[in-house]
Ligand binder design. Structure first.
Ligand SMILES: Cc1cc2nc3c(=O)[nH]c(=O)nc-3n(C[C@H](O)[C@H](O)[C@H](O)COP(=O)(O)OP(=O)(O)OC[C@H]3O[C@@H](n4cnc5c(N)ncnc54)[C@H](O)[C@@H]3O)c2cc1C
Length: 79
C-alpha cells in the first residue's frame, strides 16, 4: 500500500480480515487529517492534534507492516 493518507489507510483497514500481508509505505510516519489543517494554521489546534503515527493507528491490525520510505518510481510488470 503506497501512502497512509485517507485512501491508503482506509484501504488497509478494509483488508484487516483478508488473508493477505500488507506493507504500507509512507514517506512520513504519520497520518495527517488534512481537513483540519486550517485550524492549525489559525492556532485553533496544534499539529499533533491532527496527525497520528501510522503504527499507532494500525497497532492492532496483525496483517500489516508499516515502513517509512519514499517511492521514487513505479515499474510496470509484465504479467
Ligand atoms: C486544507 C485541506 C482541507 C480539506 N478538507 C476536506 C474536507 O473537508 N472534506 C473532504 O472530503 N476532503 C477534504 N480535503 C481533501 C482530502 O484531504 C484529500 O482528498 C485526501 O486527503 C486525499 O487522500 P489521499 O489518500 O489520496 O492522499 P493523502 O491524504 O494526501 O495521502 C497521501 C499519502 O501518501 C504519502 N506519499 C505521497 N507520495 C509518496 C511517495 N512518493 N512515497 C511514499 N509516500 C508518499 C503522503 O505522505 C501521504 O501520507 C482537504 C484537503 C486539504 C489540503
Amino acid at each position: 500500500m503506497l501512502g497512509g493518507g485517507f485512501g491508503g489507510l482506509w484501504a488497509t483497514r478494509a483488508l484487516r480480515s483478508a488473508p493477505v500481508r500488507i506493507t504500507l509505505v509512507d514517506r512520513t510516519n504519520h497520518h495527517l487529517f488534512q481537513p483540519l489543517l486550517y485550524q492549525v494554521a489559525t492556532a485553533g489546534l496544534s499539529g499533533p492534534d491532527i496527525a497520528a503515527p501510522l503504527r499507532h493507528i494500525l497497532r492492532e491490525q496483525r496483517n500489516v507492516t508499516v515502513l517509512m520510505d519514499e517511492a521514487r518510481s513505479l515499474v510496470r510488470g509484465r504479467w
